[in-house]
Design a protein. Structure first.
Length: 320
């Protein structure tokens, strides 16, 4: 079964959705996140309205779905290098699986960043040259623009916006779904100082120490409650760089709104709040995103799966 908004072949697609049905990095007692991708695809069919032999599909609440999206199907995590070599400038969407897949995804994103910024640098420089009458000035401007846009940091450094009830910052035992942030600190293409962790509320002493060591900005659930979602959104905007990757562990939500997750923790976001954040982060521009840790066995009436499906719709419909 394809995602309900699948509307393109791979070659013509702007966005490509992949299922990564892998929970080999999970130590959760609640097993089954490997079944998450297909459960989310199934729940997305709820957005198709059938009537008198006809059918229609729901539009996003905010934004416009006018992108070409291809549902590639499920893949093995060992295939990620091959996948990224073929993606070009298409934006990838990944459905987990446990949260450890995020490390493998970002480890393989270096070439995509280089490709993406090369295209942007060429397009912007060419546009500036067209607007400039002085040929010599145009050449100088093109060179300066390309050098700026194609600097090492611009091409390779990724800011991660990480929604999770847990910091995933364990360092004594790794790699697994509880050490993702620690593992990311080892990647040269990740800039944790321009990344941000949101919604955490279940951390060990070891993890709290790690967060301070990494210099990772952390906004806990209580701070969201006290300062409000618009304040937190401004914190995100003031922290991230230009290459933004969004990672959503569905347990960032309170179990009342997302019961079907591997490691639920009371006191989380509402579904509405998570959609708000995801939508506005998407407006900043994304190089990709993932949604992980949906565990269908523990869901109630597909609540969590349907939330995940609508998150995808709202995110892709608000990309620049």
């Amino acid at each position: 079964m394809k995602f309900a908004y699948h509307n393109s072949d791979f070659k013509k697609a702007d966005l490509v959705l992949f299922g990564l049905p892998d929970e080999s990095g999970s130590h959760a007692e609640r097993k089954g996140s490997a079944r998450g991708p297909d459960s989310i695809r199934k729940a997305s069919q709820r957005n198709i309205y059938k009537f008198h032999g006809g059918r229609a599909i729901y539009e996003p609440e905010i934004g416009t779905f006018n992108q070409k999206l291809h549902d590639f199907g499920n893949i093995n995590r060992k295939d990620l290098p091959k996948i990224f070599s073929k993606l070009g400038n298409k934006t990838p969407i990944f459905l987990g699986g446990d949260h450890s897949i995020t490390f493998d995804i970002l480890k393989n994103m270096k070439n995509k960043i280089v490709s993406r910024n090369n295209v942007k640098g060429h397009e912007i420089a060419s546009h500036l040259c067209t607007l400039t009458r002085d040929v010599s000035a145009s050449i100088s401007l093109e060179t300066q623009t390309s050098q700026h846009l194609l600097s090492k940091d611009d091409m390779q450094k990724i800011s991660v916006v990480y929604f999770d009830a847990h910091p995933d910052a364990s360092y004594s035992k790794k790699p697994y779904y509880g050490s993702v942030v620690s593992d990311l600190s080892d990647l040269k293409n990740i800039d944790l100082k321009s990344s941000i962790l949101i919604g955490t509320r279940a951390a060990t002493d070891e993890e709290n120490f790690s967060l301070q060591e990494f210099g990772l900005k952390t906004i806990r659930s209580q701070e969201i409650e006290e300062k409000g979602i618009k304040h937190v959104l401004n914190e995100i905007k003031g922290t991230v760089g230009k290459n933004i990757y969004l990672s959503i562990d569905l347990d960032v939500c309170d179990p009342a709104f997302a019961p079907g997750v591997s490691s639920p923790v009371p006191g989380g976001l509402t579904g509405r709040e998570l959609i708000f954040f995801a939508r506005h982060v998407a407006k900043l521009g994304l190089i990709g995103f993932d949604i992980v840790e949906h565990t269908p066995k523990f869901d109630a009436q597909e609540m969590t799966a349907h939330l995940a499906a609508n998150l995808i719709l709202e995110i892709v419909s608000n990309l620049p």
